[in-house]
Design a protein around this ligand. Structure first.
Ligand code: NAD
Length: 510
């Protein structure tokens, strides 16, 4: 436990040394990570296989590709992400410099989950490094091989003081959470999410919570069922259903339920062959605890396909349940396994109502030829993200923020959104010490006139472009002089200019 406290202290001291401030340093660390992924690819794939029984091709496309893509993007875009952003000014700040500057938060804690054990740690790590932070990395102990490999590899490639790895389970994470961090990104279930947030609150530490939930999938009858079911089968059964944004259950009208089952069955055969157990593309449940939990969800259900299981190897066949009651146990909690319940609804209205009666999900899927129906489902529901006519794919578009809402999480990351999550957007206004006359408006003694001028400067919105702005700036100068000198002639002139401008319709109330 002492070792953990020291790791956090060392990371803070390294952050305070200022060496991760420069963009060159950050890019050099990202390059080192890229080199690590290339040089140690076999070991990474081996660890993922040992944890999840995942073949090399799938481990590469599910985990390594995403990390390499995120690294390439961060290295190419970092200078533009980190550049100060000039902002619009008002009449009182026309002569000043106003911009937003992204600065690192400090020491960030990243807690990963086991289901994609490499990418779920590396992807936020890339964003946190790019933003210039020190990062304490805590991989999930459940995917023990990948956790150990991350702990072995990172210190060989990137600054070990700035980016320490802490391994261990609940006691270690509990201890780690007593330390002070400047941001925590946690990936995992909502119950632990609340523990993380409560611990963070003690230090007023902001959190990003990447949680889960039951992601619904509505299939409209006006839809190419063969294509829809192929895409759903891919997203549901990849990683043996242990994907946070896998479609959790299907909602469809009773008239198409059997066709949905037939199409999914046909696709399963296409994907995994006659004997799914022998398929190199089909993974296993992570451990016996989760195996028993998933199997218990089948009790009392009508199994339309699958249901076979083998505890010794944590195998559960791709399973479809039909005519599932909304009150069934399988509809209470996130399934996180290869079981797909179908709940029938009379119409899209009932589907929307069904979704809205439950917690806001991490993802929502809708399949239809009817774009209007898709847009309606999107506008009348809420979820972390949506993909229409496909599943999972919004995760892979780095320009979209990835995260939940309500019970499925808070905050988001990926690409530039990661950089923003791990940065403080600092407001910077640089004035000079000249023209103090204009400031008399805000200095005591106060008067109704000063309030009237302040209202004019702050509440008016000008919408006539550059020329108009120059006119208004001149007006500001005149006003400043008037207030300074209190000369009745000038004051009259200023007011008449103002009236003329207003008459021309150049100003409008905001
Ligand atoms: P897990 O068991 O690996 O736990 C995640 C982390 O929390 C681990 O590092 C673990 O050490 C820590 N932890 C566990 N119990 C703790 C406690 N009592 N106190 C402090 N820390 C504790 O993963 P999990 O929770 O089983 O993950 C599955 C869940 O994660 C699912 O709900 C899934 O939908 C969700 N998930 C979400 C995303 C996302 O990006 N939104 C990604 C993957 C998984």
């Amino acid at each position: 436990m002492e070792a953990m406290r020291q790791a956090v202290e060392r990371a803070r001291a390294a952050f305070k040394s200022g060496r991760c401030r420069s963009l060159e340093f950050r890019i050099q660390q990202l390059k080192a990570l890229e080199r690590m992924v290339h040089e140690r690819e076999k070991e990474i794939l081996g660890a993922i296989e040992a944890d999840l029984h995942k073949c090399g091709h799938n481990a590469y496309s599910h985990e390594i590709l995403g990390v390499l893509g995120e690294l390439a993007l961060a290295m190419a875009k970092l200078p533009s992400w980190a550049a100060p952003q000039a902002v619009k000014r008002n009449l009182l700040t026309l002569r000043d410099e106003a911009y937003i500057c992204a600065e690192p938060l400090g020491v960030v804690l990243i807690i990963g989950a086991w289901n994609y054990p490499f990418v779920l740690v590396m992807q936020p790590l890339i964003g946190a490094i790019a933003a210039g932070n020190a990062v304490v990395v805590k991989p999930s102990e459940i995917s023990e091989h990948t956790a150990q490999l991350i702990a072995d590899l990172l210190p060989q490639y990137i600054d070990p003081e700035l980016y320490p790895v802490v391994t261990g389970g609940v006691p270690e994470t509990t201890e780690l959470l007593t330390q002070r961090f400047d941001h925590i990104l946690y990936t995992g279930n909502s119950v632990v999410g609340k523990i993380v947030m409560a611990a963070a609150a003690k230090h007023l530490t902001p959190v990003t919570l990447e949680l889960g939930g039951k992601s619904p999938c509505y299939i409209d009858k006006d839809c190419d069922l063969a294509v829809a079911c192929r895409r759903i089968t891919w997203g549901k059964y990849m990683n043996c259903g242990q994907t946070c944004i896998a479609p959790d259950y299907i909602l469809c009208e009773p008239s198409i339920q059997d066709k949905v089952v037939e199409n999914i069955k046909r696709t399963l055969q296409e994907f995994y062959g006659e004997d799914v157990k022998k398929s190199p593309d089909y993974e296993r449940i992570i451990n016996k605890r989760h195996f028993r939990r998933v199997l218990a969800l089948l009790e009392g259900q009508k199994i339309a396909h699958g249901g076979e299981a083998d505890e010794a190897s944590c195998f559960i066949a791709p399973t479809i349940l039909t005519n599932v009651s909304p009150e069934a146990k399988v509809m209470e909690e996130e399934i996180f396994g290869p079981v797909l319940p179908i709940v029938t609804v009379k119409s899209v209205d009932e589907a929307i109502e069904f979704i809205n009666r439950r917690e806001k999900p991490l993802a929502l899927y809708v399949f239809s030829n009817n774009k209007k129906l898709i847009k309606r489902v999107i506008s009348e529901t809420s979820s972390g993200g949506v993909t229409a006519n496909d599943v999972i794919m919004h995760f892979f578009l780095a320009t979209l923020p990835f995260g939940g809402v309500g019970n499925s999480g808070m905050g988001a990351y990926h690409g530039q959104h990661s950089f923003e999550t791990f940065s403080h957007r600092r407001s910077c206004l640089i004035k000079d010490l000249k023209m103090d006359g204009a400031n008399k408006l805000r200095y005591p003694p106060s008067s109704q006139k000063k309030v009237d001028w302040a209202k004019f400067f702050l509440l008016k919105r000008f919408n006539k472009g550059r020329v108009g702005l120059i006119v208004l700036a001149l007006l500001g100068v005149v006003a400043a002089v008037v207030i300074k000198n209190r000369q009745p002639v000038l004051k009259r002139k200023a007011l008449s200019i103002l009236l003329a401008v207003q008459r021309l319709g150049w100003l409008s109330m905001c």
